[in-house]
Write a protein that binds this ligand. Structure first.
Ligand code: ATP
Length: 403
């Protein structure tokens, strides 16, 4: 439909970027990026009207996002046709603007386009040898200043390399090392580093990327305190396992991967030094406060867990240790615990305990003649404890206990 509309409007339309790369790799990708050789915003408006959807346009960048009624998002960018007047008798040449658009991209594998206008539908536009690089499983930049232009591409290179099990090409690797020796990373803003780190932590195997970063000295370059030692590699290995286990079993509550993995990456950093890391990564005050609090909560929970013995300690005690923690904290504790029974009981908490509710409420307490007041919270808490420990499972038992 997009191709037909393009032809109607007199413009060439291409699918580009990760979408095309993933077709060649045979991997699913639902993020469609289009480039229109014409007016991308006008195209997006007509496209949304035709298929049913709304448009968010950024006139400054001549881009738009179409959000179709079924939720599908389509990004639309503009590639201007540029005409170069040559002096004297030479003719005016029309420079292919899709080529310019693709040349600005990070790697050859992401600089592919697919024609979608009727008649040419499915023709691959490959100016830079992307198809060959995909065949040879190589990540390659388009020109030698690429990492100087944008050092975050170093992290992107690693992310794609590890995700697809590719290799960064020889010359590209030399350019990365050169960029690192020029300390280009120290000039990169914390916000941009953090954004790329977050993308890495959203990957299937973030540890593979982090290890590659360590190998190339990028962890150190971001901040010396982030260098991965054996202990951190070990906890990160456990975190990946626990995270995958959790994703397989549960949808709710969702895990924010960067919160989970950053706990592992910063393990062993002392309280009075951790703000150096959050400062480097440009955390907001609030993010910083939440992260410090989470670390403190985990420290406290770890101490308490050491004293918790299966069979001897109450389940309600475990509930009280884990209940204040967000899911990332709970998974971290699971990864940290060497004792099998602790892991098993944390798993019990996630599966069942965290959802336990009692059958009695404030109204019931009033009905049995207890005067409303702060005592209610105490009673309800005691009832919860009793239920978890299997001492008052029915409403009847809970009312009796309350009395
Ligand atoms: P993913 O599968 O991770 O979404 P993607 O290739 O779709 O990968 P995006 O981050 O969504 O990646 O970017 C879309 C496209 O924009 C990329 O394919 C790439 O061509 C281009 N791009 C993104 N970031 C950069 C960058 N820092 N420098 C140059 N080009 C970039």
């Amino acid at each position: 439909e997009a191709g037909e509309l393009g032809t109607d409007m007199g413009w060439e339309v291409y699918a580009v970027g990760g979408f095309v790369r993933d077709i060649l790799l045979g991997r699913p990708n639902l993020d469609l990026d289009l480039v229109v050789e014409g007016d991308g915003i006008a195209f997006a408006r007509r496209f949304a009207a035709k298929l049913g959807g709304r448009v968010k346009a950024h006139s400054k960048f001549k881009t738009a996002v179409v959000i179709l009624d079924d939720g599908q998002r389509v990004d639309v960018a503009t590639a201007r046709l540029e005409y170069y007047e040559y002096p004297a008798a030479l003719p005016t040449v029309e420079l292919s603007s899709i080529k310019m658009d693709l040349y600005r991209r990070d790697f050859t594998v992401n600089a592919l386009a697919l024609r979608i206008n009727p008649g040419r539908y499915g023709q691959l536009v490959d100016f830079f040898g992307a198809e060959r690089d995909i065949r040879n499983k190589t990540i390659r930049v388009l020109h030698s200043l690429s990492f100087v232009e944008d050092p975050t591409r170093i992290l992107r290179a690693i992310r794609f390399e590890r995700r697809f099990d590719f290799q960064i090409g020889g010359q590209t690797m030399r350019l990365i090392k050169n960029a690192l020796s020029l300390k280009l990373f120290s000039k990169l803003s914390g916000t941009r580093v953090m954004h790329e780190l977050q993308l890495i932590m959203n990957e299937e195997d973030p540890l593979a990327c982090l290890l590659r970063m360590q190998e190339l000295g990028i962890m150190e370059a971001i901040h010396p305190l982030l260098s991965l030692d054996k202990e951190r590699v070990q906890i990160l290995t456990e975190l990946v396992k626990v995270h995958n286990w959790y994703k397989l079993l549960y949808l709710e509550p969702p895990v924010v991967p960067w919160k989970l993995y950053l706990l592992g990456m910063t393990m062993g950093i002392k309280r009075d030094q951790i703000d150096q890391v959050t400062g480097r990564l440009h955390f907001t005050r609030r993010e910083e406060r939440d992260f410090f609090q989470l670390r403190d909560q985990i420290g406290e929970a770890l101490m308490k867990l050491m004293g918790w013995k299966e069979g001897r300690s109450r389940l309600s005690r475990l509930y009280k240790i884990l209940h204040p923690l967000p899911v990332e904290g709970i998974l971290f504790l699971m990864a940290r615990s060497r004792k099998e029974y602790i892991r098993r009981n944390i798993s019990q908490y996630l599966a069942r305990l965290q959802y336990v509710e009692i059958e009695v409420n404030g109204k019931d307490l009033k009905n049995i003649g207890i005067e409303p007041g702060p005592i209610y919270a105490i009673i309800l808490d005691k009832l919860m404890t009793a239920k978890i420990d299997g001492r008052a499972e029915t409403r009847h038992e809970q009312l009796n206990l309350a009395k």
